[in-house]
Design a protein around this ligand. Structure first.
Ligand code: MRU
Length: 341
């Protein structure tokens, strides 16, 4: 499942994740505005994929400027970068990818092949993400035992990355090595990443999957129905505090209380070396209409207020290990996270 993003004839094509698994339709992004909108309106989502799409967005933005003015200045780069950065604030992979694109721009800015160099960098970010996913998955699969029932939240699969997946990658690699795994996926209201995307991806991979409403963490832990929990991340602070899809914190608390291992799987691009703990992470708030409607069907009265924090912070003490492409991080996280960079 790596056909959810591709570059063709100067356009970026994105599989519209808002319609999955019922419809497979691609959105073509020809302008910077198209790319920014595709990130903002969640045509695509997932921290690493947001970074990859933003990198291609820079290529498209630069191309637009070069077509209209003949060259792209640092000021043009900054405007393009700021437009993309404003789309979604929590996933640090976005900022990370833009910094890499800035380096590539500064190296090649006076070069006639600037456009080509920028595209090469975007492709490298994309390809490296897939390779990192593979490494994370191989390391993480060692933590999974034959016969495990694993709960996951949101979608940290191929659809959220360049390809393969982090949390789902670990599960897939364990399955591919012959371990029998059962997955419980939370539905992940209101966008339903779990019910629509994770369940679909795991079904395609031939893995046994069952969905549950988001409020089932407590009862499942209480009944001893889960052996492990594994999730992805949108930003990880230097002490291991982790931002991920809202509801993750609640699951981590339940896991801690019931002594169930709780793993976070993420590439190093998800670590923010500028923040010492999770209190510095900006939590995205999304429009209340996304809570008040499920797939265009209203679920409450028009004038009822709604609130939607898209992410929450899981304090590091509730996380057993963090799995990266460089290996499995043990506690104390603070000590080992510093060694990643
Ligand atoms: O709002 P989303 O769908 O972009 O949120 C995605 C998540 O929270 C994922 O768990 C996270 O990005 C880690 S895996 C890509």
């Amino acid at each position: 499942m790596t056909d959810h993003i591709y570059w063709q004839d100067g356009s970026l094509f994105l599989l519209d994740q808002r319609l999955l698994p019922f419809k497979k339709k691609y959105v073509e992004c020809k302008t910077l505005k198209d790319v920014a909108e595709a990130i903002r309106n969640m045509t695509i989502r997932g921290a690493p994929l947001i970074g990859i799409v933003a990198a291609y967005g820079v290529v498209i933005g630069m191309k637009e400027v070069i077509r209209s003015k003949g060259r792209a200045t640092e000021k043009d780069f900054d405007r393009i970068s700021t437009t993309l950065l404003k789309t979604r604030p929590t996933a640090v992979n976005l900022l990370w990818a833009l910094k890499r694109m800035q380096k590539a721009y500064l190296m090649a800015k006076d070069d006639p092949s600037l456009e080509g160099s920028m595209l090469d960098e975007a492709v490298s970010i994309h390809v490296e993400d897939i390779e990192n996913n593979r490494m994370i998955s191989l390391f993480g699969a060692e933590l999974i035992e034959d016969g495990d029932t694993i709960l996951t939240h949101c979608n940290a699969g191929a659809l959220a990355m360049g390809g393969y997946g982090t949390a789902l990658g670990v599960i897939k690699a364990a399955h591919e090595s012959g371990k029998k795994i059962k997955v419980i996926a939370t539905e992940t209201r209101p966008y339903l990443q779990g019910a629509r995307l994770t369940a679909w991806e795991l079904r395609e991979a031939g893995i046994d999957v069952e969905i549950v409403p988001d409020n089932h963490g407590g009862i499942l832990c209480y009944k001893g129905a889960i052996d492990k929990i594994i999730v992805g991340a949108d930003r990880i602070a230097l002490n291991g505090d982790t931002a991920n899809k809202v509801g993750t914190y609640m699951l981590a608390l339940c896991a801690y209380r019931h002594k169930i291992p709780f793993f976070v799987a993420a590439p190093i691009s998800t670590f923010d070396k500028d923040i010492k703990d999770g209190s510095y992470i900006e939590i995205e708030e999304r429009p209340e209409k996304e809570v008040k409607y499920i797939m265009a069907v209203p679920i409450t009265l028009k004038d009822i207020k709604a609130r939607y924090y898209s992410f929450d912070i899981t304090p590091h003490r509730y996380i057993t290990n963090i799995i990266t492409e460089k290996g499995i991080i043990k506690k104390p996280f603070k000590k080992y996270i510093h060694q990643l960079f």
